[in-house]
Design a binder for this molecule. Structure first.
Ligand code: UGA
Length: 474
């Protein structure tokens, strides 16, 4: 263990006395990362200004409404209202901030690399605005080396001698950059932040390290302090490891089906080994969301850029692509056509507890089903509004050619199932899990169910005379 380069700090014992508390913190970006971080930092006593360019979002937050669906978030916004400000005026937010968190998006580009233009915009705004020394903290997931570039970029854009409003130069302002990746999962983001397993801080100076330790002092959580590049890599390596774990269990599940083993029993047996652990071993129709698909591709891209082939991560990506349409393919083997069939689609979001659709299996399967002429009745407790924007409600009557399917959104699982010929389960929402095997038999025209989340016991479905297909089980 001697040559391990990180150190774990016990925050209570090593808090520098020199840095004030609470701090004035600005957070750029009010998505899942930015808003949740900002609200949790305020909950732990700091004064936080959340900045976003979206006027509509800012107006909502000023009225106490969270623009994203996230458990406990609105309650915490209300509780900490005195310490929270929401604004589109970045100058107001940055000029006197002690610490500026960057939590804007780094979306995937067509080649798999991360788009850093939003980060660059914020970095430039910071450079042009700050009026005192501050620490810029990159929370967004960024390729290794980005923090170095952000620091240089800010330095490049700090006002020079003789320039108008040359406040930065007059005061000899120092802006340092630190990496502080986040590990929150959507749906449990508030809890994941307040009760994080660890806080990773990546810094290149004692001052930056001490400032970040001070920010997190009131959280009383283990802090792992490393270099900036290691911190950036910890984030990718962690997410990609979890994606790999899911693709691995899905791969094994597919083999289980072929050899007559049961993936849930297999995963249970594996999980007792503490070296493996029992989390993230749920086989299903693949991982989605805004993180795993993007971060696996980004690391694969980074490796390629450096002349290395990251074969394990590549395999995880490939397995996941096939896994998402596995059930559709199975159904195609069972049915002559989807045309004229009522297809119940239960669950649209990439996982329960969120209205996020990014990379959700539903997005792959619904167009395939529509293309085959299916009449879809889709149910999701929170995802319909977002899904409808991509797939507006249609009906057969509107489409005289009758060659394409239709999609209708319903408010209950029962409505979706009533007289359906086939049912697909894409998300394991509680509202769906409470539907009993006998209900499928009772409600559907043909009790034919393809379950992408292994919600039901195979035996119970059999007892209720439901023709049931799931992942990795006979
Ligand atoms: C993920 C990580 O879990 C967070 O630690 C990380 O901070 C976050 O990405 C991020 O980088 O921002 P998230 O994408 O919100 O969080 O969702 P997860 O709960 O990790 O689920 C991701 C996908 O994996 C979902 O589609 C889920 O259905 C799937 N999954 C998860 C499985 O198929 N099987 C499992 O056993 C677990």
């Amino acid at each position: 263990m001697d040559n391990i380069t990180f150190k774990t700090l016990a925050p209570e014992t090593q808090i520098p006395k020199t840095i004030p508390y609470p701090l004035n913190i600005a957070v750029a970006g009010t998505g899942y990362v930015g808003l949740v971080s900002g609200v949790c930092l305020a909950h732990r006593g700091h004064h936080v200004t959340c900045v976003d360019i979206n006027v509509k979002k800012i107006t909502m937050m000023q009225q106490g409404i969270s623009p994203i669906y996230e458990q406990d978030l609105e309650e915490l916004m209300f509780l900490n209202n005195d310490r929270l400000t929401y604004t589109t005026d970045y100058k107001l937010a940055y000029k006197n901030a002690d610490v500026i968190f960057i939590g804007v998006g780094t979306p995937e580009q067509p080649d798999g690399s991360a788009n850093l233009s939003y980060i660059a915009t914020v970095a430039r705004q910071i450079a042009e605005t700050v009026e005192k020394n501050c620490l810029v903290v990159v929370k967004s997931t960024v390729p290794v080396g980005t923090n170095d570039k952000v620091e240089q970029f800010i330095k490049d854009f700090l006002p020079r001698n003789g320039e108008k409003n040359n406040i930065a130069d007059q005061n000899n302002i120092e802006v340092e950059v630190a990496s502080n990746p986040e590990f929150l999962a959507q749906g449990t983001a508030v809890r994941d932040t307040l009760e994080a397993a660890r806080i990773i801080i990546g810094t290149e100076s004692k001052t930056a390290e001490e400032t970040l330790i001070n920010v997190y002092k009131p959280f009383s959580l283990p802090i792992v302090s490393v270099s900036r590049r290691s911190a950036e890599m910890i984030k990718y390596a962690s997410n990609d490891f979890l994606a790999l774990k899911i693709s691995y269990i899905n791969d094994i599940a597919n083999l289980c089906e072929l050899v007559g083993a049961d993936i849930q029993d297999v995963a249970k047996g594996m999980g007792y080994d503490t070296r493996i652990g029992n989390k993230f071993l749920n086989a299903g129709i693949g991982y989605g969301g805004s993180c795993f698909p993007k971060d696996t591709k980004a690391l694969d891209y980074l490796a390629k850029q450096n002349g290395y082939e990251l074969r394990t991560v590549k395999a995880a990506i490939e397995v996941n692509i096939d896994q998402k349409i596995l059930l559709y393919k199975k159904a195609c083997q069972r049915l002559i056509t989807f045309s004229g069939l009522k297809v119940a689609v239960l669950g649209l979001t990439f996982k329960p507890g969120t209205d996020d659709l990014r990379e959700a299996p539903s997005l792959e399967n619904v167009p395939l089903l529509l293309g085959q002429g299916a009449d879809i009745y889709a149910y999701d407790p929170v995802g319909i509004e977002n899904f409808q924007r991509r797939f507006p409600e249609t009906s057969k009557e509107c489409d005289s050619s009758n060659s394409k399917g239709s999609i209708k959104y319903v408010k209950t699982v029962e409505e979706a199932l009533l007289d359906a010929n086939v049912c697909f389960i894409f998300t394991e929402w509680e509202e769906i899990k409470t539907i009993q095997p006998a209900d499928y038999k009772k409600l559907m025209h043909t009790a034919l169910v393809y379950d992408g989340r292994n919600i039901y016991s195979v035996e119970n479905m059999k007892e209720s005379s439901v023709e049931y297909y799931s992942i990795g089980r006979k």
